[in-house]
Design a protein around this ligand. Structure first.
Ligand code: ADP
Length: 476
C-alpha cells in the first residue's frame, strides 16, 4: 500500500483504488499486515489497546497478534494493520521462507477475527492475490456459522497469475481447513499441492483481473500457468478491469520528484528534465538521440532476456539507455556490464528508488517494456501521461493501453510488437528510432499519450458495479 509499503504495481493500486471507491460514496476499510518496513511513527499509526494479544491457531501453534490503526494518506479511508512481528518483520513483504503459508494464514484469519471484534459486516470483501484467497473459503466453511457475514460476499482480484500460493498438503492443517476437500482435482488441490489461489477462485463470488486482455489470456494454456482449467469453470464470473493510476502522484504538472513540471503546452520543460537526468547519469545530451528508460522488477516475466543475445546490435543503434531495477542476478549483471562497456550511452541503477523512477519517466523520450506477459502494467500508463513514448510487447494490459503507431495510419500512442523474440524487439526499437527523427509526427504521438485518461474514474465505477453483482450472485 503506497506510500507505506510497495514491491510493485499492487502497492500503487492499493494506495489509490480505495480512495476512488470511497469517493463514490462507499465505506471502505483496508487491511494490511504490519510489515517490518512500515514506519508507524511517520504515518501516525496507533496501536489499539482494546484489541491486544488476539489469539489464533495456526495448526497446533498458538499465535498472537495486535491491531494497529491509521488512515490512508490524503484520505479518510481507515486502515487496520495485523501486527505479528514473528511473521511480518522480515526484510521484504513476500519471502520464500518455509512458513510463508503460515504468514498469510495468520493475516487472513486476523482480518476475519478483527471484523468480528469490530462487529462490522462489509457487503463485499475485495481480496487481492493468493495472500488473501482463503478468506472466501473461510467465510463458506469455518466462519459460516457467524451471522455477521450472512450478507458478505467476496471478490477476488488476480494481479498476476504467476503467483499462486502453492504449498504442501499439510498446510491444510495449518489453515485449519478440512482434508476432505483435498483430493485429486478437488477445490484445494492443484498438482498435488494445496493451492490458495485455486481455492479462492472457486469460492469467491466474482473474480477479476487487472486488464481485459489479461482476463482472456489467463484462460489459455500459454498464459494460465496451470490455472486455465480452473478459470474456465468460472469464466462467466471473471472480469478484466484495467488498473487506474493515481494522478495526484503520477502527474507531470505537479510531480515533486522531477526537476521541472510540465504539461502538453509546456513540453519544453520535459527536455529540461531530460538534460538534468542525463547530466546525473554522466551521459551527453543530444537532441537527435532519444533516451530510452527502463524501470522494472527484473523477473523473467518482464522479458529483458530478449536483449541479452542482441546487446551488441542494440548498442549500435542511436539511443541512450537509463535503467532502474532489481531482481534476477542474470539481468542485473547484464545491465551493469552494459553500463560499464558503454558508459557514454548506458546508465544502470540497480536497486529501488522511487524518486529516480519519477525522474526517468519524465526525462526519457521512450520507455521500454518487452514483457512476456503483463497483467496490467502501470509504467506504460505513467509514461504515456508524461509524454514518454512506450515501446512494448503487445500483451495483457500493455495491449489495452498502448496503440501501435504506423506511418500509414496516423494514430497510435506508442510502438508494439507481437512475438516475444529478440528480432521483434530489435525491429520495433528501430522503428521507433526512425519515427523519432520526424519531429512533427513524434510530437503528435506524445500528445496523444498525454491526453489519455488513466485515472481511476472509470475502473472504480466498474468495481462498484461488480461489488453489487457479487452481492446479487451470493443471494441466488
Ligand atoms: P509489477 O507490479 O509487475 O512490478 P507494474 O508495472 O504494475 O509492474 O508496477 C511497477 C511499479 O513499481 C511502478 O510503480 C514502478 O514505477 C515501480 N518500480 C518497479 N521497479 C522499481 C524500482 N527499481 N525503483 C522504483 N520503482 C520501481
Amino acid at each position: 500500500m503506497f506510500p507505506l509499503c510497495k514491491t510493485g504495481g499492487l502497492g500503487d493500486v492499493v494506495g489509490s483504488l480505495p480512495k476512488a471507491i470511497s469517493e463514490l460514496g462507499n465505506e471502505v476499510k483496508l487491511f494490511l499486515p504490519l510489515y517490518g518496513g512500515i514506519k508507524t511513527d511517520k504515518h501516525n499509526l496507533i496501536m489499539l489497546p482494546e484489541f491486544e494479544d488476539i489469539r489464533l491457531h495456526i495448526g497446533e501453534k498458538s499465535v498472537f497478534f495486535n491491531l494497529w490503526y491509521g488512515t490512508l494518506p490524503d484520505s479518510e479511508v481507515e486502515v487496520y494493520f495485523i501486527d505479528c512481528p514473528v511473521y511480518f518483520h522480515r526484510e521484504m513483504p513476500y519471502t520464500d521462507d518455509p512458513d510463508e503459508n503460515e504468514r498469510f494464514i495468520l493475516f487472513q484469519l486476523g482480518v476475519i477475527e478483527t471484523l468480528q471484534r469490530l462487529k462490522w459486516a462489509p457487503d463485499v470483501i475485495h481480496c487481492n492475490d493468493w495472500q488473501t484467497s482463503l478468506i472466501p473459503v473461510y467465510l463458506k466453511t469455518n466462519y459460516k456459522w457467524d451471522k455477521l457475514f450472512e450478507n458478505t460476499s467476496t471478490l477476488l482480484s488476480i494481479h498476476n497469475i504467476g503467483y499462486q500460493g502453492r504449498f504442501s498438503k499439510n498446510s491444510i492443517e495449518n489453515a485449519g481447513l478440512s482434508y476432505s476437500e483435498f483430493y485429486h482435482g478437488g477445490p484445494y488441490e492443484l498438482d498435488g499441492t494445496f493451492c490458495f489461489l485455486k481455492a479462492g477462485i472457486l469460492f469467491s463470488e466474482i473474480i477479476t483481473t487487472v486488464s481485459p486482455t489479461y482476463a482472456k489470456e489467463i484462460q489459455t494454456k500459454e498464459f494460465g500457468a496451470g490455472m486455465e482449467g480452473v478459470l474456465s469453470t468460472r469464466k462467466d464470473d471473471l472480469y478484466g478491469v484495467l488498473n487506474g493510476i493515481d494522478t495526484n502522484i503520477w502527474n507531470p504538472k505537479t510531480d515533486n520528484f522531477i526537476p521541472y513540471n510540465y504539461s502538453k503546452k509546456s513540453i519544453k520543460n520535459k527536455i529540461k528534465c531530460k538534460k538534468e537526468l542525463l547530466k546525473e547519469a554522466d551521459i551527453e545530451y543530444n537532441e537527435d538521440i532519444p533516451a530510452i528508460g527502463i524501470i522494472s522488477r527484473f523477473a523473467g516475466q518482464k522479458g529483458f532476456d530478449l536483449m541479452l543475445t542482441i546487446a551488441k546490435e542494440l548498442m549500435d543503434l542511436p539511443f541512450q539507455l537509463i535503467v532502474l531495477g532489481s531482481g534476477e542476478d542474470k539481468i542485473e549483471k547484464f545491465f551493469e556490464l552494459l553500463a560499464k562497456t558503454y558508459p557514454e550511452k548506458v546508465n544502470a541503477y540497480i536497486g529501488y528508488n522511487n524518486k529516480l523512477a519519477h525522474w526517468i519517466t519524465a526525462g526519457c523520450d521512450m520507455f521500454l517494456m518487452p514483457s512476456k506477459y503483463e497483467p496490467c502494467g502501470l509504467n506504460q500508463m505513467y509514461s504515456l501521461n508524461y509524454g514518454t513514448v512506450p515501446v512494448v510487447r503487445k500483451t495483457g494490459g500493455l495491449a489495452d493501453t498502448v496503440k501501435d503507431y504506423h506511418e500509414f495510419n496516423n494514430k497510435g500512442n506508442g510502438f508494439t510488437f507481437e512475438d516475444s523474440t529478440s528480432y521483434a524487439l530489435y525491429s520495433t526499437i528501430e522503428r521507433a528510432l526512425t519515427m523519432f527523427k520526424d519531429k512533427k509526427v513524434w510530437k503528435e504521438i506524445i500528445q496523444r499519450g498525454m491526453k489519455e485518461d488513466f485515472s481511476w474514474k472509470h475502473s472504480a465505477k466498474e468495481y462498484v458495479r461488480l461489488y453489487g453483482k457479487a452481492s446479487r450472485v451470493k443471494d441466488l
